[in-house]
Every structure is written in C-alpha cells, then in structure tokens.
Design a binder for this molecule. Structure first.
Ligand code: GLP
Length: 246
C-alpha cells in the first residue's frame, strides 16, 4: 500500500508543471532553500517551467542553493555530456541562482575519496537538502546508485551498469564514449533530504516504477528505499503510472 502522495499527470509537460508547483511553494516559503537537483530527460519540463515562472516573476532563485545528485567520472564542466554542463544549459544559465551556490560532484577530481567526503560535508554545511528531485533508471537506480547487495550510505564512486550506459548512450556518439564510472550521492544522502520528489514519465518506466513503489524494499531496486522515507511525492504521467493500481 502506498503511504505517500502519488500524483498522475496527463503527460510529461503537465508533470513538469505539477513538480514546479512544489518547487515554487518551497522557494516562496524558504528563499535560501537547498534544492537537490537531477539530470536526465525526465526533469526537463520541470526546468523549462521553473525558468518561465522566474521570468514571469512568480518565483526567484536569487538566494537558493543547489546540490546535484551525480556526475560522470572523467567528464569536466566543458564536456558536452557532463552533468555540470547539462545543468548550466538546461537551468542555471537561465535563472538568477548565484553560480557559486550551485554544486555538482567534480568529475575531474584526482582524489575521488576526498572529493566525495567534501561533497557530503558541503551538503551538511548548507543545512541539508530541502527537496531532492529524483528520476528513476530502468533498473531502479536513483542518482547513479545501481542495484547492488547493500544501500550505499554516502557520496561515492560507482561502476555503471551496462543497461545504464546503454540508456545514456543516446547522448553520446558511441557506447565507447559513455563513461564506465560516476560519482553519486549515496542512498543515505538522498534519504536525509527533508522531502523527496520522484518523477517518472513514459511507458518504459511503468514496470520499474511499480516495482520500486509496490515491490519489496531491496538494494536490488535502489528506488524501493523511498518507501521508507516520511515525505515522498511521486509525480508520474499516465504512461508511467499505468501499472500502479490503488
Ligand atoms: C541517469 C541519471 C539519473 C536519472 C536516470 C533516468 O542515469 N544519473 O539521475 O534519473 O538516468 O534518466 P531519464 O530521466 O533520462 O530517463
């Protein structure tokens, strides 16, 4: 049984608007909020809507801070497929957030362990995440937390599953160019956010969404841990919600 809020939108655009309503509420109530952000195709309608609402004067990012979930290992801010670049192009360059207040794990670090530890520390220093936005991978990954035998607690380096590399190949020229490793917030990091907003759109997410929300809580389906978070909102379009019957 679902004990969290489950919202079904007609289509991805409406899902973006409904998600923007939640972000707007937080930005208005707490202008210096800490937004946990995600990459991928799913949040794009949300980001477009947030940009439009700021331009329309409905909300402001001027005081907000942001922390991103993950980054490819080996890709720098100028690489067209790095998540830092994705965030710049799809959100940060179009809103009033101060660039120094936007944090993405450093894909070019020479000391992975230290960078990951500092990222955790940074989130703590900011006062924790007010709302963490999540998409979901076809294997149930959140951020880049892939299925495994345990729930990784903190920000760490991870080997990417083949299914994930293949899904993300569409952004690269060839599969060989898709990085084999990444840095990601841990499941513990994600779970410590005060609120979580999981978005899923498209028929290809229907099966994994129902397994994550209705199946057993297991590290083999990392998103299933969200069943244990006290404040989760799920926004799915009709296609992704098609296997959820309540
Ligand atoms: C990537 C990202 C995830 C994202 C997932 C789904 O692997 N690391 O954060 O949620 O893909 O992406 P999409 O929204 O494009 O389906």
């Amino acid at each position: 049984m679902l004990h969290y809020e489950f919202i079904v939108a007609q289509n991805p655009e409406e899902a973006g608007k409904l998600a923007a309503d939640i972000f707007q509420e937080i930005l208005l109530a707490k202008p210096r909020c800490v937004l946990g952000l995600a990459t991928g195709s799913t949040p794009l309608p949300l980001y477009r809507e947030l940009i439009a609402r700021e331009k329309a004067g409905q909300l402001s990012f001027a005081q907000a801070r942001s922390v991103n979930l993950d980054e490819y290992k080996g890709l720098g801010p100028d690489h067209p497929q790095s998540y830092r670049r994705f965030m710049q192009e799809n959100l940060f360059d179009h809103i009033s957030i101060d660039p120094v207040n936007t944090y993405v794990p450093d894909g070019l670090t020479r000391n992975s362990q230290a960078m990951c530890a500092e990222y955790e520390k940074k989130i703590e220093t900011l006062g924790g995440v007010d709302i963490q936005l999540l998409g979901i991978g076809h294997d149930g990954h959140i951020g880049f937390n892939e299925p495994c035998d345990f729930f990784p607690a903190a920000t760490h380096e991870v080997e990417l599953e083949e299914i994930t590399r293949q899904a993300n190949q569409r952004f690269f020229d060839s599969i060989a160019e898709v990085p084999t490793a990444a840095y990601t917030m841990g499941i513990g990091t994600v779970m410590s956010a005060r609120q979580i907003l999981l978005m899923a759109t498209g028929a290809d997410k229907a099966d994994i969404l129902s397994r994550a929300l209705l199946g057993p809580v297991t590290p083999q389906v990392p998103a299933s841990i969200l069943q244990f978070h006290p404040h989760v909102t799920v926004i799915a379009d009709q296609a992704a919600a098609s296997l959820i019957r309540r």
